[in-house]
Ligand binder design. Sequence first.
Ligand SMILES: CC(C)(COP(=O)(O)OP(=O)(O)OC[C@H]1O[C@@H](n2cnc3c(N)ncnc32)[C@H](O)[C@@H]1OP(=O)(O)O)[C@@H](O)C(=O)NCCC(=O)NCCS
Length: 251
Amino acid sequence: MSLVSVSIHPLQVRDADTLAALYTANRDFLEPFDPPRPEGFATSAAQRRELKALERERAADRLERFLIRADGEPAGVISVSRISRGPFQNAGLGYWITESMNGRGIATRAVGLVCDWGFGQAGFHRFEAATLVDNIASQTVLRRNTFTEIGLSPRYLFINGAWRDHILFARTAEDSRPGKALSTADNRGQAPWGSWNRDRWAEQSQAQALGDPSRRAGQRLGLDLPQPGLRWVDRPKRRAAWPRCGSDARA
Ligand SMILES: CC(C)(COP(=O)(O)OP(=O)(O)OC[C@H]1O[C@@H](n2cnc3c(N)ncnc32)[C@H](O)[C@@H]1OP(=O)(O)O)[C@@H](O)C(=O)NCCC(=O)NCCS
């Protein structure tokens, strides 16, 4: 299949049915990578509760989660968790792509979009991510987005029934100069973005900063933080004021 576009959208309570369907269809695929899930986690009711909790966490500037769409279709989730402000300005990344859409560069692009948002509007200085030692696909996604390997953390997370070793990665704002991810060769010496077209990307989608409570959370810390909340909308009139993110193109 030829991939046309990847975009990310802050999850809303109305996405509960979509998430329930995604988790149900991918239960077996995700099991080796997942923490313990409560009974009924993949139901619409449980996802509605999760998304209501997300609204509270978002308002407190503690958590953000995006629905990933590929060619407009729901394709996975990417989370920005353990948000720490003050002198750290750090958050953790977690993501997954539906089994049927694996291997099409979707995670690579979604991580790139979240990094653009995170180091831009959201004002983070550092993102970190951890992969199982044998999760080569995820390690490839991170390296292609200029994450650096920090090292092995033994028994880091309780995943699929055991405390499992993880490889930790991080990327700081200094590593994210515009265009760097485009020009950095991947670990096989190839450009990571194929025929990705920056102009078309900017043209096709835009992000609009919202006056959400997470900004007020930053202000309580006495920080003049960029806007942490983004909604991804089609409103060309305001394009010039929005960051360069949203979707991309690949032949
Ligand atoms: C990891 C994951 C997010 C990757 O998503 P994806 O959209 O398939 O990733 P991408 O296509 O952007 O990039 C993955 C790359 O790794 C490569 N890859 C995958 N498995 C590989 C393996 N075993 N060895 C070498 N390369 C591998 C893919 O071929 C692809 O490279 P390519 O573009 O040159 O073909 C997805 O597999 C997933 O959801 N896994 C389950 C949950 C998970 O692991 N989440 C991350 C937790 S840290």
